[in-house]
Design a protein around this ligand. Structure first.
Ligand code: ATP
Ligand code: RIB
Length: 302
């Protein structure tokens, strides 16, 4: 079983053909309210690929929170540990999509409440799982507590270090794998640049997503590139979340790291073909079909 601990946001998405300058007003093309938030996105990505997934997180006592709970249930995510916080609003992300890429402002709302005490109260729920998937859109002390609980209890972890904040070395030691994007990876490598022993350890754990260039892992200190699939990108929001969600599914099924990366890269590439973080997240059948028609995506890896 996979546990995802993290944020739940309603994404307020505006598509525009003109990115306004500061102080300028422009007319947008389209507006949608779409479920998002890194934690919920990763939970939905994993559930759509057929995994048993429970999400630990907090919503507000508002309409967005109620809508989100219904949505998560429809997606097959176990919501037993998604709880409303009285007097708080559900987190939101104000997203502008321009030329297929995005700018995001997050207002955390109830996600702020997922601190160390709340995480501690979910110790047993975390310890029931085989894998724990974490991001950094909840209080960092909450992330640290979860890593400690999982590490002590022998639960394997994937830390998606986004949005980036400087992370202590102890987190890298405790995590089984890290899934930064290119920017986040550069920040992490910077921490280790003069520390050769730790750099060697980091290279065994780090899986770097590089947008349309695909994924980089290290084998025997050498970079190995796993290609992204050629697709028409409509909106890349949530591509990294789809990758982390699919990766944990692959690993939990016993795939090797490389096989799991091929599987997850294929899922992530499919996810950018629709507007919204979760709208394009593929179901298992779609990932498998895509593998058959795109042999360079690791066609035999289902
Ligand atoms: P986001 O913050 O928008 O969720 P990210 O920066 O965390 O994304 P990326 O590295 O942009 O993550 O993308 C994750 C993975 O998604 C890539 O490694 C790749 O497999 C796939 N992907 C992203 N963009 C594209 C694209 N334009 N074409 C094909 N695949 C893509
Ligand atoms: O990773 C994408 C997510 O980041 C969006 O869904 C938005 O909610 C922000 O949290």
């Amino acid at each position: 079983m996979i546990t995802v601990l993290g944020s739940i946001n309603m994404d307020l998405v505006t598509v525009t053909s003109k990115d306004p300058l500061l102080g300028e007003t422009v007319m947008g093309n389209h507006f949608s309210t779409i479920p998002g938030g890194k934690g919920a996105n990763q939970a939905v990505a994993a559930a759509r690929l057929g995994a048993e997934v429970q999400l630990i997180g907090r919503i507000g006592d508002d309409v967005f929170g109620q809508q989100y709970l219904v949505h998560l249930k429809e997606q097959g995510v176990n919501t037993k540990y998604v709880k409303p916080v009285t007097g708080e609003k559900t987190g939101i992300a104000s997203i502008t999509v321009y030329k297929g890429d995005n700018k995001i402002i997050v207002v955390p709302g109830a996600n702020k409440c997922v601190g160390p005490e709340v995480v501690e109260s979910h110790s047993e729920d975390i310890l029931k799982s085989d894998w724990l998937l974490l991001q950094m859109e909840i209080p960092l002390q909450g992330v640290e507590k979860a890593l400690e609980i999982a590490h002590k209890g022998g639960v394997k972890t994937i830390l998606n270090p986004a949005p980036y904040h400087e992370i202590p070395k102890s987190w890298i030691e405790m995590a089984t794998y890290l899934t930064p994007n290119e920017f986040e990876a550069n920040q992490i490598f910077n921490l280790y640049k003069n520390d050769h022993d730790n750099l060697a350890q980091l290279k065994k754990k780090i899986i770097i997503t590089k947008g349309s260039e695909g994924i980089v892992i290290f084998e025997n200190d050498e970079e190995v590139v796993i290609p992204a699939m050629p697709v028409d990108a409509i909106d890349t929001t949530g591509a990294g979340d789809t990758f982390s969600g699919a990766l944990v599914v692959g690993l939990s099924e016993g795939k090797s790291l490389k096989e799991a990366c091929y599987f997850a890269a294929r899922a992530a590439s499919l996810s950018v073909t629709k507007l919204g973080a979760q709208s394009g997240m593929p179901y298992r059948k779609e990932v498998n079909e895509f593998g058959k028609t795109h042999r360079d995506s690791g066609g035999d890896i289902l």
